[in-house]
Design a protein around this ligand. Structure first.
Ligand code: SAM
Length: 276
């Protein structure tokens, strides 16, 4: 018998994957969580019915949400990841030679525990001596740490439940206060095809707080529409002005120094979402 899992990505469209088996299902304090072993993408982490990460395509998202901001800052020593309980962003952050301290603030302890158990390839960086894992609300954490981080990465779920405030103007303001005077941050900002309003609104709010605001794209097959956006807010450094010949050499599968620049080249319909 064949068993298939469908994420209803919109009212009218779903991503359907043939499964080998379901490895884990639970209701945590914050969200419903499942680990499904799919034939096409390998193990898949699902929160509240939405695919968060899969073994086969996780590298795209995790490399692009980390290496673009890290290589925009000339000396990213102290880095914060908000959300990201699967550990993929942290695994990438600690590849960067400048990073001395990486802090993960995840609201749901069970996401980290289940990722350690079922996704060792993704969570493997969490035990690195430079990494501290804190179970708390990212909003509270940034409010409590002023003028502290070089780079902040908001690796959040979609704007539902505990992540709603992670897409607010007040949160971006608080992030700015938590960054040092030349700091920068990036947030995942959803799909240009299906979440145009989220992209426009986030860009608008971030540009009210940060003098340099830039949108970039990557191709993530298991996320709705496959085309995914990230928005960077920066106090000083322009990601498109980086001397990419000086980007340190470390292993990646998607990110390259050339791609660092080309990912900011937007298709017309996406560029139109962020016209003031
Ligand atoms: N790459 C993913 C995506 O876009 O689908 C996101 C992955 S990661 C698993 C998202 C994490 O953000 C979840 O584990 C969730 O618990 C966490 N999260 C949501 N709201 C949060 C908050 N306010 N503070 C800290 N973590 C939060």
């Amino acid at each position: 018998m064949e068993l298939w899992y469908t994420e209803k990505q919109t009212e009218n469209l779903g991503l359907t994957c043939k499964t080998n088996n379901t490895l884990h299902v639970e209701q945590t304090e914050f969200q419903s969580m499942a680990v499904i072993n799919t034939v096409q993408f390998g193990r898949m982490l699902v929160l509240d019915g939405m695919v968060q990460t899969t073994i086969e395509d996780e590298f795209v998202y995790h490399e692009m949400i980390t290496h673009v901001p890290l290589n925009t800052h000339p000396n990213p020593q102290n880095v914060l990841v908000i959300g990201g309980g699967d550990g993929g962003a942290i695994r990438e952050v600690i590849k960067h030679p400048a990073v001395k301290k990486a802090t993960l603030v995840e609201i749901d302890r069970r996401v980290v525990e289940i990722s350690r158990e079922y996704f060792p390839e993704i969570s493997c960086g969490l035990d690195d001596p430079r990494v501290t894992v804190i179970y708390d609300d990212g909003i509270k954490h940034v409010a409590d740490h002023k003028d502290y981080y070089d780079v902040i990465i908001v690796d959040s779920t979609e704007p539902v439940g505990p992540a709603v405030e992670l897409f607010s103007y007040n949160f971006y303001k608080s992030i700015s206060e938590s960054l040092k005077k030349d700091g920068l941050f990036v947030a995942q900002t959803e799909s240009p095809f299906f979440n145009a309003n989220i992209i426009s609104e986030c860009y608008q709010k971030i540009s009210e707080v940060f003098s340099i605001t830039k949108l970039y794209l990557a191709n993530v097959p298991t996320y709705p529409s496959g085309l995914w956006s990230f928005t960077m807010g920066s106090k000083k450094y322009d990601p498109e002005a980086v001397d990419v010949s000086a980007v340190p050499d470390y292993p990646t599968r998607y990110y390259t120094p050339k791609l660092h620049l080309s990912c900011f080249v937007l298709p017309k319909f996406v560029a139109e979402l962020i016209v003031p």
